[in-house]
Design a protein around this ligand. Structure first.
Ligand code: ACM
Ligand code: ZN
Length: 734
């Protein structure tokens, strides 16, 4: 890659010296395997013709040129673009040769996918507006170049959970376009989970009539910010067929996932006979009870056969994903049907039930000529069909174990590929796997990070960026923020050979050029924030990339497009009043930050005790009540149950506190997850008479007292929308 870039720089200088038009570095993402710059440019305008036998690729290019540039390609012309497929050629699968000369452009490939990717690369050689809708570029100069390219991995995936958060069809179509631009060839559609069943199944209409909806009077309770309204949605079979066709035209296979036997609350609340019979309600890791299919009921397998029969009619994908993750096997331990079944089969441990279930799923899926996919837990019971494919998610090691046990494996280890993880400590997202930075995504390399034998290497199918959507209800368009540009890094890790990869170079391409493409694609991508430190009376700000615009405020508010642009260092004795953010044009900005090496807030820490409707015995042991009297803002009290009207937490100060503002936060710090979704605050000057204050908005309420405060109370007015409730330390300011 360094060599190619150097060739490009040389070509640019030569072009300058020889008086030809200058060649801009194309900054392609993902980086092609081999690229050599030529001299001059090919001008695309209304006089150019298009030919060749690659019908889909041709139509696609014509469509994009019409949409993004208002250019219409002709049947005949002096200059031509030829896109052809020759299955006998020596070009690798999904690979292509792209040659741009002043008089013609040719794209050759051995298959449809390769022709399509040749077109994608050609688009990246054009101005970023080519991705816009209704653009009018007149004439486009494409730099002359020779590219020979092919993917490192045959599986390059993007996974989206549409159960916890429902995405309308338009978003699904946009998403397919966005991933296709990055040469991703697989969309893993996580289409059912505890919190919503989102695919029409004709034989079991209640799955979507009831199981697709959450709310106060629905079979599924509110969850993940859906609040006290009816929330949900699903895709009809006709809609799904259209989506599958649209994706196929973009070289994308859709792998559907019906998550079983765990993560199945939506089906069990709808068809209760499916679940286990037990009195002891044990929770899944997501806090759900009664969300596991019973293994001991034979009727369940007939139902699954029916569901899979409809699924395979909709999705031509060879791989069919039936889950297998995070089953709380206590459900089976406590279920008479499961226990009787174990005795009948001579099983000793519940894990054998999981293995039995997976083996039955293999048979059901294989009968249709398809291959079963499951999460990495499915290897625990051993003894799987050699074709059964594993998604290694728990860690790199668990993926490697799947490979070593002989199963084809897709790698999406949480610490590199889970895009529901935070991108920094200050942003919304989970962090149980890691803080997943752009750099972490770029690093993923399941082959070089493991010592596989050549035979084992063949079982590494590829990698996938994955978004779980528990925390996607806000802020607006957070899905785009979580995926981009991290998915660009994963796309390059999946496409480009490792010896060509260089993070700094990638970051340069993203920030200098690819942001413009993402913007024109209509994606609200994440921008990195500046680094700010306070030293020797000066605020020293490092912009996150060359050419970044940083704006700031002097009153601790969030910068806006009208805030001044930072130029140089700022001398101040009050650094805590300054806030900074990176801006892309006037339409996208990073999170707001202050100096990272000073206390930005000076909270008061008066002695306080707690009175509450929750018992300490309801606490999670790792998150005791004492956490919320510590004034350590990272700590919280976690109660292992849903909250109902009348539940309360009261903070009693030992001495009345003189203060100007108290911010009352519920939920987990920085996530507002498990928070008070319907409730209000009260406060008291004497400890007995309470004044009603604000309602909670997204888990936060603010009190501005007129007198010294003796007590603060959080009061629930509605059912909370999680099975867990969390409280934090009061943030008390002068
Ligand atoms: C998973 O994240 N439970 C596959
Ligand atoms: Zn059971």
């Amino acid at each position: 890659m360094k060599i190619s870039i150097r060739i490009f720089a040389l070509a640019a200088i030569c072009a300058l010296l020889s008086g030809c038009s200058t060649v801009q570095e194309p900054n392609l993402v993902p980086l092609p395997q081999k690229m050599t710059a030529g001299k001059g440019t090919f001008a695309v305008d209304n006089s150019v013709s298009i030919s060749g036998n690659a019908e889909f690729a041709k139509e696609y290019l014509k469509g994009r040129l019409a949409q993004g540039a208002s250019i219409t390609l002709q049947q005949e012309g002096k200059r031509n673009i030829e896109i052809s497929i020759n299955p006998q050629s020596d070009i690798k699968r999904e690979g292509y040769r792209l040659s741009v000369l002043p008089d013609n452009i040719t794209i050759e490939a051995a298959d449809e996918g390769g022709a399509f990717y040749g077109v994608q690369t050609l688009l990246q050689l054009m101005p970023a507006q080519i991705y816009s809708e209704g653009g009018n570029l007149g004439k486009i100069k494409v730099p002359c170049v020779e590219i020979e390219d092919y993917p490192r991995f045959g599986y390059r995936g993007a996974g989206l959970d549409v159960s916890r958060t429902f995405f309308p069809l338009e978003t699904i179509y946009d998403f397919i376009d966005w991933i296709a631009y990055h040469k991703i060839n697989t969309f893993h559609w996580h289409i059912t989970d505890d919190n919503g069943w989102r695919i029409e199944i004709k034989k079991y209409p209640l799955l979507t009539e009831k199981g697709a909806w959450r709310g106060p009077n629905e079979v599924l309770p509110p969850a993940y910010g859906s609040g006290n309204k009816r929330y949900g949605g699903f895709y009809t079979q006709d809609e799904i067929k259209e989506v599958v066709k649209y994706a196929a035209e973009r070289n994308i296979t859709i792998i559907p996932e019906i998550d079983m036997p765990g993560h199945s609350k939506a089906v069990i609340e709808t068809y209760p006979q499916v679940g286990c019979t037990n009195k002891d309600k044990t929770m899944s890791v997501n806090g759900e009870v009664n969300n596991v299919w019973c293994i001991g009921k034979e009727s369940n397998y007939a139902m699954i056969e029916d569901i899979v029969a409809e699924l395979v009619e909709l999705f031509p994908s060879k791989l069919i994903h039936l889950g297998g993750d995070e089953v709380n096997m206590d459900n089976w331990k406590n279920c008479p049907h499961c226990q009787a079944f174990m005795r009948k089969m001579g099983m000793k441990q519940e894990i054998e039930l999981l293995n039995y279930f997976v083996r039955r799923m293999e048979k059901i899926v294989n009968k249709h000529g398809r291959v079963l996919v499951g999460w990495d837990e499915i290897i625990k019971g051993g003894d799987l069909e050699p074709s059964t494919t594993v998604y290694g998610w728990g860690s790199m090691k668990r993926g490697a174990n799947a490979v070593r046990s002989g199963q084809p494996t897709v790698f999406l280890p949480g610490e590199y590929c889970y895009l529901d993880m935070k991108q920094s400590p200050y942003e919304r997202g989970h962090n149980w796997a890691a803080i997943v930075t752009l750099d972490s995504c770029y690093k993923i390399d399941p082959i070089n990070m493991n010592e596989f034998t050549p035979e084992e290497e063949k079982l590494v199918l590829g990698i996938q960026g994955n978004l779980w959507c528990e925390l996607l209800d806000r802020p607006e368009r957070f899905m785009e923020y979580q995926f981009f540009p991290r998915l660009c890094a994963i796309a390059e890790a999946a496409w480009t050979n490792p010896e060509l990869k260089d993070y700094n170079n990638f970051y340069g391409r993203i920030t200098s050029t690819h942001y413009d493409r993402l913007h024109n694609m209509g994606i609200k991508f994440r921008l990195p924030f500046p680094e700010v430190i306070y030293e020797d009376g000066m605020l020293k700000v490092t912009p996150p990339y060359e050419g970044a615009t940083v704006r700031y405020t002097t009153d601790a508010s969030d910068p806006t497009v009208s805030s001044p642009v930072l130029k140089g260092e700022i001398e101040t004795a009050e650094p805590e009043k300054y806030r900074f953010a990176t801006f892309y044009k006037d339409c996208n900005q990073s999170i707001t930050v202050g100096a990272s090496n000073i206390e930005l807030y000076h909270y008061l820490t008066p002695e306080v005790t707690i009175e509450s409707s929750y018992k300490e015995s309801e606490s999670n042991r790792s998150f005791p009540m004492s956490n919320i009297t510590s004034y350590n803002m990272k700590k919280y009290w976690r109660i292992n149950r849903r909250s109902y009207p009348g539940d309360f937490v009261q903070y009693n100060f030992k001495e009345p506190v003189e203060c100007g503002k108290i911010t009352v936060e519920t939920g987990v710090p920085n996530i507002t997850f498990y928070s008070c979704t319907e409730g209000h605050v009260e406060y008291s000057y004497n400890g007995t008479d309470f004044i009603k204050g604000d309602e909670f908005v997204y888990g936060t309420a603010v009190i501005k007292p007129q007198e010294k405060v003796k007590a603060v109370k959080i009061v629930f007015d509605g059912m909370s929308d999680a099975l867990i409730t969390s409280f934090q330390n009061l943030r008390i300011e002068k």
